[in-house]
Each structure stands twice: as structure tokens, then as C-alpha cells.
Design a protein around this ligand. Structure first.
Ligand code: M6R
Length: 614
């Protein structure tokens, strides 16, 4: 949600900043803007819409050469996506510029205060108060960095801010509370970015910033303090993916590339998890086995697709560990007074590690003394840093707004957690755990097969391109797959799509069925005969009412053939692993339908990759 870049060094700042914005555009694309130092003022350009609009502005009116600059790509919160609301926001004399991600919650009071002091506002944003406060502060005391700290102390809410001051060439200052900001360390140059993608073309050395910290970068130094100026300790790490991982690599869309990376994402997430004795080991687990043995309840919290990964995991975790497991939307969790204590394990699932609802939920959980374990794909991000333990998914950067490899690798990481708990609690024998691990290790082949057979689904999308409503049905772990299939279609194709537990059909949703309504049905493996039989009946019920049934069913199960208009074959895998293969054709379908409808697959309207406001 908003991408921020800052640069000081020996290169043309504009090139570095615009390049960084291109990589961060997935975070928001309502407007973009840049500012570079130009003598005693900041030269700037900003434009509503995607970065290509700003490119056009810069082509007709280039900014001057400079080695200090900042930039922003916006997901609108306060004020619509207009040129005036685009960042950077500037002081009246254009000496100061700021870019911002987050929400300044006390901006109305601050705005009134500044208006009383004679300031005029030129945007509807909450951000403008920040640059005007800084302007006023610098009249009281001349030190740029100290003035930034003083401003930060007055702000409430969530913010990442990056400032430039025309009177401080070669200096860029950043600050963060709750929203993400990472430092990139270069040689004679330094970078700030909402995430490492902003500077991965130049350096893989990154510094995590903690809460309520201010960072000052010059070409040769990085200095971090708290909001009162006390020096702060930092952790440096090396980014373990290279530039090519964040590039389209010849694919039309990042989403297509990321769908195809799923076999590897799953394999990498499983890699190195067994010790030489075949015992499951989780290296990043910072909770002791004794602490984990004390756990008597698990609550999984997450948003969107990550919450569906949690719903899948619940079936497996309860089955393997016999520990009650609930799944809850992070945005609801802390507002309902949940019953949690020291023996509750709260599992936060987040690809980005920055989702604000999830972050706030884990803070709440820790206040209530629960232990928090996160499942995350982004090293150095806030959620794992604030958790007691972490299991990283090794999916590599996920750039498309629609999560694909993130989802599959989250399910796998949750399964590893479930098996690990089963191992230390002794609820499963070692050889039973081995069997599951071996089946999991074979899953990338199954995923690959679904990718290779994608053409069938693409043709189906072409046939159904004029439909405006789709339903998805599943039972057991197929139910969250149905939810995920529907979510993908909503966010990419902007059509009505809903997922239901098949057993709920007759309790209402069947009234939606009319002639020709496309209905995807995920059939559980035949080994689960009761479940399988029930869903076959459900297919007959909707078919009898005119639904166009698209049935995902394992190889060799022909019981559904008389009632299926389209059959999508799945490899035979154990029930609990079926989501890992069944989700893939639904991703491909949504991607293709969106493409056929002429939508931007990677940057769907109104969305942003990482939702850093509540
Ligand atoms: O980064 P997170 O996993 O915390 O993100 C959670 C959701 O915002 C995310 O999964 C969202 O639902 C996706 N756009 C779905 O494709």
C-alpha cells in the first residue's frame, strides 16, 4: 500500500527512483511522483494514474540532474487519485518534500493547528500536514534530522515517511511507525525503500528498521535513532533473491510467472526441513519444544488468500495434532475479545509480512500473553520480527497483486508446523509423519502437471468470457479452495464469484442457480468416499437446475462424468494435499479470464499488494 523510494549517491537519482517505483508499483498505482534536489528547491513531477503517466510527464518536462531524490507510488486513502493528491507533498517554498505510506490519524487536529498558523493546503491528503509541520519546525531550529524527529513525535497512526530538504544535499531522511521501510546499503550510495525490490538492482545488503525509528542516509553513512535521537541498534541481512526473481522474465504477466514458479516455491519451502535422522526440524522456530508442548489451542489469523491457506491448514493441524484450531480474519480478531492465554499459539500467515490487520492482531495476541508464530514470505518484514517464532515460505518475491505461489507455500508451511507439533507432542508416529512428508515432496510434480495442462482451462475461460457470475463449491479442504477460486476471479476479472461449502447449498445458495450458470466443483478424492458421494449428489442437484458444471476430480474417478459438463482432471493425491493441486487450474482460469476481458492482471483496479492500512 504505497511504495516509497529514497536515494543518495553518485547516480542520477531520478533514474534510480523511477526504477525503484517501477518495482514497487504493485504496492499501489493510483498516482506516482518524484522529487530531486535542484539548488535551493526540490524539482518535482507527479501524475495521477500508473507510472507510465509519470513517464510521459518526465519525457516532456525532464527534471534536472541530481544525486538526491525521493519517489512515491500511491494507493489512495485520504483524497482521491488526483494530481494534487499525488506525492511528494512540498512546503510552500518547495524547499522540503515528503512521501508517505500509512495514515496520520491525528491529521485533522494538525491541519487545523497549521491553518490557524496561516498555512494553506493544496491537497486533501493527511500527508501534507507532515511537510508543513516540518517547515514550521525548521523555523524554530535549523537541524533537518532533529526537525524530522520532532515532527514524528507529533504524529499518530501508521506511517513511513521519507523526506528531502533542498538545503541538505546528499541527505535523505526516513522514519517509520508500523508501516515498512528498509535501508539498502551500497558502495558510495544508499537507498530507502518500502521493500527491498526498490533497490535490488543495486544492492542485496539490507538493514531492517524497527518501530519508531528515524534513519538518515548519506552516500557513505546510515544512521538510525529513535524519535528522540537515541542511537538504535540495527540488523543487516542479505537479500536471498536476485534481480531476475523480481522480473517478468519474458512472461506477459507476473502472475503467469508466479503460477509457473509454484512447483519450485513448494519444493523450496520443504527444503532442508529434515535432519539426518529423518526428524522434522524447523530452523527458524524460536519457541522451544517445551513451550510448544504446552499449547492447547491454535488460532490462525490472516487476511484474504492467506486466511484461506489457514482454513486449509486447520483440517490438517487438528487431524495431526488433536489441538483445537480456529481460523479467524485478522481484521476481526482483536475486536471480539478472543479467549487466549499463554497456552494459545496464534499463527499469523502473511506473504508480505506487512499486512496491518495481521500486524495489529499479533500485537494484541502478544499483549494477551499468547505465543505468536508467523508464516511469512518476506525476510526482514515487520510481522516475523514481532513474532516469537517464524516459519519462512521460500516462494521468492511475489509481485502480482493476486497471490498464487504465496498461497501454496503458506499451506505447505502450515503443514510443516502441524507435522512438527505432531512430532513433538507424539500425536503421530514418526513413520506416519514420514509418509506425509514424502507425499508433500511429490506435490511439485502434481502442480507442474496442472500447469502443463493449463490450456484446457484457458480455452474454458475463452468460452465463458461473457459470464458475469460464477459459483465454486467444495467440501472439507475443498471448501477453502472454492473460496480462493472465487476470490481470484473477483479480484482479477471483476465478476460476481462466490465460494460455498457444498453442504450449505440447500440452505440458500442454490437459489442462485439458473440456466447456464458456471459452477466449479472440487470433488474430494474417492478415498474419502462419504465426502465424495455427497458432493456428487450436490453436482446432480445443481445440474438438474441448469448449472454448467465444471468438475475438478482426481484421475480414475468417473462417477461424476454423467453430471459434468467439463471435467478437469487432478492427480491422485491424499485428501489433505488436494488443495495444492486443485487451486492451480482456478488460478489459471482467473488469470486468463481477466486477460480476455482486457484487464491488467498484475494490477487489478482498487487493489494493492500489501495492505498496510487497517
Ligand atoms: O501479504 P498478506 O499475505 O498478508 O496479504 C493478505 C491479503 O491481502 C492477500 O492475500 C490478498 O487477499 C490477495 N490479493 C489475494 O490474491
Amino acid at each position: 500500500m504505497c511504495g516509497i523510494v529514497g536515494y543518495v549517491g553518485h547516480r542520477q537519482a531520478l533514474d534510480v527512483v523511477v526504477g525503484g517505483l517501477r518495482r514497487l508499483e504493485y504496492r499501489g498505482y493510483d498516482s506516482t511522483g518524484v522529487g530531486v534536489l535542484d539548488g535551493d528547491r526540490i524539482a518535482w513531477a507527479k501524475k495521477a494514474g500508473k507510472l507510465t503517466n509519470l513517464d510521459a510527464v518526465l519525457e516532456t518536462a525532464p527534471l534536472p540532474a541530481s544525486t538526491t531524490g525521493i519517489g512515491h507510488t500511491r494507493w489512495a486513502t485520504h483524497g482521491g487519485p488526483t494530481d494534487a493528491n499525488a506525492h511528494p507533498h512540498l512546503s510552500p517554498d518547495e524547499r522540503l518534500a515528503v512521501v508517505h505510506n500509512g495514515i496520520i490519524e491525528n491529521f485533522i487536529a494538525l491541519r487545523e493547528e497549521l491553518e490557524d498558523a496561516g498555512y494553506e493546503f493544496s491537497s486533501e491528503t493527511d500527508t501534507e500536514v507532515v511537510v508543513l509541520l516540518l517547515h514550521r519546525e525548521l523555523q524554530r531550529q535549523p537541524d533537518f534530522v532533529e526537525a524530522v524527529r520532532a515532527v514524528c513525535r507529533r504524529l499518530e497512526g501508521a506511517f513511513t515517511l521519507v523526506f528531502a530538504d533542498a538545503q541538505s544535499p546528499g541527505v535523505v531522511v526516513g522514519a517509520r511507525r508500523n508501516s515498512p521501510l528498509v535501508v539498502g546499503r551500497g558502495d558510495g550510495e544508499n537507498f530507502l525503500g518500502s521493500d527491498v525490490a526498490a533497490f535490488i538492482d543495486y544492492t542485496a545488503e539490507a538493514i531492517e528498521l524497527g518501530q519508531d525509528q528515524v534513519v538518515t542516509i548519506t552516500p557513505d553513512s546510515v544512521e538510525v535513532t529513535d524519535f528522540h535521537g537515541a542511537p538504535a541498534e540495527t540488523t543487516t541481512y542479505t537479500v536471498d533473491w536476485d534481480v531476475s526473481a523480481a522480473e517478468k522474465g519474458g512472461y506477459r504477466w507476473y502472475m503467469l510467472k508466479e503460477i509457473e514458479e509454484q512447483p519450485k516455491a513448494v519444493a523450496d519451502t520443504l527444503l532442508g526441513r529434515l535432519d539426518p535422522d529423518g526428524q522434522l526440524q524447523l530452523d527458524e522456530m524460536r519457541l522451544s519444544d517445551d513451550e510448544l508442548r504446552d499449547i492447547d489451542k491454535i488460532i490462525i489469523i490472516a487476511c484474504g488468500t492467506a486466511s484461506y491457506a489457514g482454513l486449509v491448514a486447520k483440517y490438517a493441524i487438528e487431524h495431526w495434532t488433536r489441538i483445537p484450531c480456529e481460523v479467524e480474519l485478522a481484521s476481526e480478531f482483536r475486536y471480539r475479545d478472543p479467549i487466549i492465554d499463554r497456552s494459545t499459539l496464534v499463527v499469523a500467515i502473511s506473504q508480505s509480512g506487512e499486512t496491518m490487520d495481521t500486524l495489529m492482531a499479533i500485537r494484541y495476541a502478544r499483549q494477551q500473553r499468547a505465543r505468536v508464530l508467523s508464516i511469512c514470505n518476506t525476510n526482514g518484514s515487520t510481522i516475523p520480527r514481532e513474532s516469537d517464532a517464524v516459519i519462512y515460505t521460500h516462494a521468492g518475491p511475489e509481485v502480482a497483486v493476486a497471490s498464487t505461489k504465496g498461497f501454496l507455500s503458506q499451506v505447505v508451511a502450515c503443514y510443516l508446523l502441524g507435522l512438527y507439533l505432531a512430532q513433538i507432542k507424539g500425536t503421530k508416529y514418526g513413520d506416519e509423519i514420514d509418509v506425509v512428508i514424502r507425499e508433500l515432496q511429490r506435490i511439485p510434480e502434481g502442480i507442474q502437471r496442472m500447469i502443463d495442462e493449463g490450456e484446457q482451462v484457458r480455452k474454458l475461460a475463452a468460452e465463458l468470457v461473457d459470464r458475469t457470475s460464477f459459483l465454486f463449491l467444495g467440501r472439507h479442504v475443498g471448501y477453502p479452495v472454492a473460496l480462493e477460486g472465487a476470490l481470484k476471479l473477483k479480484e482479477l476479472a471483476y465478476v460476481h464469484a462466490e465460494g460455498f461449502a457444498a453442504g450449505e447449498l440447500k440452505h440458500g445458495p442454490i437459489a442462485l442457480v439458473e440456466d447456464g450458470l458456471p459452477m466449479f466443483v472440487i470433488v474430494p478424492p474417492r478415498a474419502r468416499d462419504q465426502l465424495q458421494e455427497k458432493i456428487v449428489s450436490n453436482i446432480q442437484e445443481v445440474r438438474a437446475r441448469g448449472a454448467h458444471t465444471i468438475v475438478l476430480v482426481e484421475d480414475g474417478d468417473d462417477t461424476v462424468l454423467p453430471f459434468a459438463d467439463v471435467v478437469i482432471r487432478l492427480p491422485k493425491v491424499p485428501t489433505l494435499l488436494q488443495p495444492l493441486v486443485a487451486t492451480v487450474p482456478l488460478q489459471i482460469f482467473a488469470c486468463e479470464l481477466a486477460e480476455q476481458l482486457g484487464h491488467d492482471v498484475d494490477q487489478p483496479r482498487n487493489l494493492a499488494k500489501s495492505v498496510t492500512v487497517e
